[in-house]
Design a protein around this ligand. Structure first.
Ligand code: GDG
Length: 472
């Protein structure tokens, strides 16, 4: 390692520059969610810069000079970029979350195509590129770009003449070619992706879907190692399954026993088994179907009436996008009708919370629940699945019911894997989880915890950064 330090392209001696739509909260590491924590740890370890959009926007699109607010916290420098309000909204609520998000989650029925969305998306990416060009200290900086908001960033940087190594990690799924080509912009999106040096995906399925789409739309060819040639550069595409910091989350879950609210909840539900779900209120998470499956459980297995309680935390998200208002109304109608049908004077089957819960309390709630329900219709990875496993008491662990359409299902085979579209199947899996003997729960949990330790957050960033620094 000592010898390494003297070579110029040593991964650790090169400055890391992270770019994502939003900046994580650098000041409050404890509150940082999965993704943010993973990135912050990488920056804290080696020092570096994080560029993201500022929470404050300004009214006019006139100024071409990027407005950047720099701050330093320890070894991490953050750069908050102020962007024009309306352009930002067309980019964020528009192209990112009304075009790409539904498309990449296989929901062609929800995709909206509007030329002003695409235009704003490209403009904002060009602004990010201009800002970044000013902040770079040279072409040795390693640039790590996150997620679907910033697909055109490398192309915009290349246009400004930058030759740095640039990596991209897609946190969400990549759709199969038959769906992908339904967007008129498919050719441009593939060309943009091929301007990166490293393309990271969550699962093998996503890598395959990307390569098939690139072959179909860009006549790109891949060698046996999956490497493509593009404009005289090589492009590596690979899966890097994201993970969590298992020990930190387990500790938080354990310490939450001292949280008075959790303590008083435990007393109120004493004697009941608790089923839990924790999700952003997104249509990709399969929430109405999950509530219907819970209702089906009560219908098919009446012995569970007044013996189980289902807690669903559905944190607010993207509320300016119409599809999100619709899923919320649908979910609230479902929760209301199930409770209306089954509740009695002393028992509420579904407790539905549409608020953001502090992270440490969340960990405690996961630990206090005998069944974890993670049933997305499509999900890049799903960190809640991994958090549920980490939060359990290894001597008396709960059971994870997991959708086969979550990226996490590729790794977490010892959970109860279900098809979220099959309401009866999910209901039966919940019944099986509730009845599972201790021995089987311990065996399954042991295998799962080993798996999430192997692919944890540290491994994720280490392997991506090694690929980015061209060391593998
Ligand atoms: C995207 C991809 C991929 C949720 N509610 C609250 C809260 N959370 C936390 C969870 C978890 C995180 O947010 C959600 O992560 P997920 O992975 O489950 O899902 P997305 O937000 O859709 O994330 C996904 C991920 O990126 C990482 O690559 O796995 O597939 O869609 O950590 O615990 N946290 C707090 N309060 C809440 O109410 N504090």
């Amino acid at each position: 390692a000592l010898g390494d330090r003297h070579t110029t392209n040593d991964a650790r001696s090169r400055r890391l520059v992270v770019v994502s739509n939003r900046l994580g909260n650098v000041r409050d590491l404890a509150q940082a969610g999965g993704l943010t924590a993973g990135i912050l740890d990488a920056l804290a370890e080696r020092g570096g810069l994080w560029l993201g959009a500022s929470e404050e926007h300004h009214g006019s699109a006139a100024s071409d000079e990027p407005l950047i607010h720099l701050e330093r916290v320890g070894k991490i420098e953050t750069a908050a970029l102020t962007l024009p309000q309306q352009e930002y909204s067309l980019y964020y609520n528009g192209y990112a979350n009304s075009t790409l998000w539904p498309l990449f989650h296989y929901r062609l029925d929800l995709v909206q195509h509007r030329s002003e969305f695409l235009h704003a998306y490209r403009q904002i990416n060009a602004r990010f590129a201009q800002a970044l060009a000013r902040l770079l200290s040279g072409n040795d900086d390693l640039i790590w770009v996150h997620d679907y908001h910033l697909i055109p960033l490398a192309a915009a940087l290349r246009r400004l003449g930058l030759g740095n190594r640039i990596g991209f990690f897609l946190h969400i799924p990549f759709p199969p070619p038959d769906l992908f080509v339904a967007t008129p912009d498919h050719g441009e999106l593939i060309a943009d992706l091929l301007q990166y040096d490293v393309l990271g995906f969550q699962t093998a399925t996503d890598v395959t879907n990307f390569r098939r789409s690139a072959r179909a739309t860009g006549s790109t060819t891949f060698d046996a190692g999956g490497v493509a040639q593009s404009s005289g550069r090589t492009v590596l595409s690979r899966s890097f399954p994201i993970g969590i910091d298992v020990d930190a989350f387990a500790r938080m879950a354990n310490e939450a026993a001292e949280d008075v609210q959790i303590d008083s909840m435990r007393r109120q539900i004493l004697g009941l088994k608790q089923i839990i779900g924790v999700d952003r209120l997104d249509y990709s998470k399969g929430l109405p179907g999950r509530m219907q499956a819970f209702a089906r459980l009560l219908e098919k297995h009446p012995e569970h009436e007044r013996a189980v309680t289902y807690l669903q935390i559905a944190s607010p998200t993207r509320e300016e996008v119409a599809a999100y208002a619709e899923i919320r109304a649908q979910l609230e109608a479902t929760a209301g009708s199930v409770n209306g049908k089954y509740a009695d004077l002393t028992w509420t089957p579904i407790r539905y919370i549409h608020r953001t819960v502090p992270r440490s309390r969340l960990a405690g709630l996961l630990r206090a629940s005998q069944v974890g329900l993670v049933t997305p219709l499509r999900d890049g990875m799903n960190l809640v699945a991994k958090e549920y496993i980490a939060a359990q008491d290894p001597a008396d662990p709960g059971v994870l019911v997991l959708s086969r359409f979550a990226g996490a299902a590729e790794e977490l085979a010892q959970s109860l894997i279900v098809n979220p579209y099959a309401v009866d199947e999910v209901a039966d899996a919940i019944a099986k989880a509730l009845a599972m003997p201790l021995e089987e729960r311990i065996a399954r949990h042991g295998a799962l915890i080993e798996r999430i330790r192997r692919n944890d957050a540290a491994q994720w960033r280490k392997s991506f950064l090694e690929a980015l620094a061209n060391r593998i």
